[in-house]
Design a protein around this ligand. Structure first.
Ligand SMILES: C[S@@+](CC[C@H](N)C(=O)[O-])C[C@H]1O[C@@H](n2cnc3c(N)ncnc32)[C@H](O)[C@@H]1O
Length: 258
């Protein structure tokens, strides 16, 4: 300390400047790839600002496939994790079925909305928290992991830590259920126009979300998980209490031990 001024550590400062943008680890490669795209918060925060927009999944209804898994006893245990929960419609449904639920989303606005819904709905207890899936490190504690529409917004390289984390988060024989865009949804035309992963980096865009062929999903998930259910989501009538749109896959997977 010189007088009341801290001396600047010139060596560390120069070191930090040299090391910035130096690739030493796989993590550095991931950060470089992330930096090529806008941050997801930039998109998702304004997305949830106006609750009156006619976005189908803004309705507080559970996915029809999730209802099927619960009512057909395809899920077991009582602890669930939801990733990219948005305003919480599926987490709230699982809580009503008796699950202890941890639900995360990177949008503050979506999580505030989810907490309001939980308070309004008979004081449902759900642990809603604003956090990116990449900040989570849960070890073998969940019977169910649910992802409704999060994976298809992740960049291809981000799937690697994401799927690892889900596999680690599940107890033995735990279930991973997931919905995502199927070929033919709005932006990406038919199966022949589904973007391949390299195109995402060439175009620096996911064109609003990646559509997956069945083959690609089985390729990406099949070594870590055994496929239990794989079908298109059923379209639900507007007055149905369940959510359903026909352009999503609904999939259910059982953890394989490695
Ligand atoms: C299509 S919305 C679906 C929301 C909700 N699952 C539903 O179906 O009502 C995708 C959600 O994933 C969230 N998301 C995207 N990337 C995320 C990440 N890395 N970690 C946590 N949430 C993420 C977004 O903020 C957004 O709320």
């Amino acid at each position: 300390m010189i007088g009341n001024v801290e001396p600047i550590d010139i060596f560390n400062l120069r070191g930090a400047m040299v090391m910035e943008k130096t690739i030493k680890s796989v993590q550095d490669v991931f950060e470089m790839l992330d930096a090529e795209f806008r941050s997801p918060e930039q998109f998702w925060e304004p997305f949830y600002a106006d609750r009156s927009r006619p976005i189908p999944f803004f309705s507080n209804k559970p996915d029809e496939n999730l209802v099927e898994y619960v009512t057909s006893n395809l899920l077991s245990g009582d602890k669930a994790l939801e990733l990219g929960c948005g305003p919480g419609r599926n987490a709230l449904y699982l809580a009503k079925q008796g699950y202890r639920v941890d639900a995360y989303d990177l949008s503050e606005t979506a999580i505030a909305w989810a907490k309001e819904r939980a308070a309004a709905e008979a004081q449902l207890e759900v642990h809603f928290e604003c956090k990116s899936a990449f900040e989570l490190n849960p070890a073998a504690q969940y019977n169910v992991v649910y992802d409704s529409g999060c994976l298809h917004h992740l960049l291809p390289h981000q799937r690697i830590p994401y799927i690892d984390m889900i596999h680690r988060a599940l107890v033995p024989e735990g279930m991973f259920a997931m919905t995502c865009f199927a070929p033919g949804y709005g932006g990406q035309g038919g199966p022949e126009s589904v973007m391949n992963d390299w195109q995402v980096y060439e175009e620096k865009s996911m064109r609003g979300g990646l559509a997956y062929t069945e083959e690609k999903l089985r390729y990406i998930l099949g070594d870590r998980f055994e496929c239990v259910r794989f079908r298109a989501m059923q379209a639900m009538e507007p007055d149905d209490w369940r959510f359903g749109v026909p352009f999503l896959w609904t999939t259910l997977w059982k953890k394989r031990e490695m």
